[in-house]
Structure formats: structure tokens, C-alpha cells
Ligand binder design. Sequence first.
Ligand code: BDP
Length: 314
Amino acid sequence: MGLAFAVASASAQTKLRAWNIHPDGYPVTEAMKSFADQVNKGTQGRYQIEVFSNATLGDQPKAVQMLKSGEIDLAEFSSGPLSDAVPGIKVLNLPFLFTDSAHMFRHLDGKLGERFAANLKGAGFVVLGWYDGGARSFYCAGRSPSNLRDLAGASIRVQQSEIFVEMVKLLDAKPVPLPFKEVMAGFEKGTIDCAENNMPSYEATGHYKLAKSVYVTNHVVSPEALVVSAALWGKLTEADRKVFQDAGVRSALLMRELWNKRVAQAQEATAKQGSQFVRVKDVSPFVRRMSPLYAKYMNDPTTREELLSIIADK
Ligand code: BDP
């Protein structure tokens, strides 16, 4: 009887659905797959995670809500759309806050990361790993910006996220919030002049084919997060939680390694295809334009403390 029960429960399988926006081969996708494999092994096949790539389950703001309500179990989100659901993490998208990924992970792999994770947990998102969202720059079709004034009046696609909308407004440009998968069509139809993203996304989406002028501003360096729903977390045993946590940490390390290689590859590949890169000479005019944003987050009690602790420890 005891044995029969043990056999029956050992073979009980739970299928989990993971949301992902990127295609196969992209560092996020590969890291998620390795996470799924490790969870599968660590739980002796009791948890089977299926990764739904290319945003087939819906766009990112929708997926954020789906995870919150437990409709999907896992996801990898960029901090822009996530911060609209969890105001305490908004500072992660402030322009020029982090100078590069190393600076960002110094904070995220320490106390501050724990605080952001606690904020997210309170809102229904359990962070299992911080992934690299890279450094974002502008790229345009039909104009070749070499200073901020060249962006004035441009229709610039942004993520469906408040802070990105505000940032573009402060550049005297027109923010056009669009789902990631609709950006290419925006360039094709001419409804947008520019977009902004990191180089791996610029390449993987094919945006480089139409938007050949990259203005290298690196204006936002921000993380992404591998998260599971609080609903799923509540159902896991302590031992299974440990398996998920270890797999999350390992997948984040893998992601970061794959990411660094991919950034270099994307730059090289797009340059070969004719993309032109103009590096920003001096970021201070850009930073000055952002001052209403800094003031807003400094005055906001939900973001002030995090912001100060990042600024105080450059
Ligand atoms: C990519 C992020 C992805 C975002 C996308 C965007 O990895 O999560 O959805 O940018 O700009 O870099 O929408």
C-alpha cells in the first residue's frame, strides 16, 4: 500500500507554462530552457515546464497580468512593463542610473536585489534570477541622429511602460507605445521613425534591416527577471522551492554569459549589414533633460530609498 502510493505520487506530473517574448537561440530563451531542464531533473520529472516563446501567449503587459493572476506559471520579464505592476521597482528603468551591467549586478546580486525581490513578491512575482536587459540605445529609419536635437519631433516606439513614455516626452519626441512584436510593422508602415533597444534585440527582431542609424546612448541599463507566480510558489514544498531557486540562479549565470557574447555578435553582424553607429559624445545634456524624472522618483516614497542607495554607492 505504502509502496503503491509512493509510486503513484512519484509519477504525478505537473505541467507548467512559461511565457517568453524572444525566439529560439536568444540568450533568454536558452537560459529558460536550461532552467526547465534543471527543474525537471531536480524534481525527478514531477515538474515539466513548457517554454512558450515569441510572445505566443500574449504581449508583455498582458503576460504580467496573467502571471499575477496565476494564469501562467513562469515568465521572463523586462523591468519596464513589470515596474508598472510593482511601483517599488520603477527606479530600475531610470535613464543613466547604472553605467553598465557589472554596476547593475553589483547591486542586484546583493541587498538591493533582495529588496526588489521582496517588493515583487509582495505583488505576486517570485524572482528566481536576475537576467541582463543590456544597454538600450536609439535607432532610426530615415534620420541619422548624432545629437539629442536630432530626436526632437521623431515618433519613437517605446515599451508599453510609463517611464519610457515619460523619457521620450522629455526629449521633445513623440512616444509611441507598441508591443515588441509590432515594431517591425511600425517601421514598415512608417508610423514610427525610431525605436530603442539593446543590440541583441535590434538584431534578432530584424529591425536593423529598416532602421540603420544607431545612436549609441546606452541610456537605460536595466535588468530582466525570471519569475514564477506566487500561486505556484505557494504550492511547492520546501525541497522543490530549493530546486527552483538553484535552477534560477544557474540559469541567470548562463544567461549573462550568453548575453555578453551575443552583444558582441549582434554589433558585428549588424555593422556588416550596413548599420551605422554614432556614439553619444557627452551624456550630460541628456541627463539634464531627464531631471524632472529624477525629481519625480526622488520625491516618491516608494522609490526614494532604493534610488538613494544606488546613487550613494556608485
Ligand atoms: C527587449 C526585452 C523585452 C522587451 C523588449 C521591448 O528583452 O522583454 O519586451 O525589449 O522593447 O530587450 O519591448
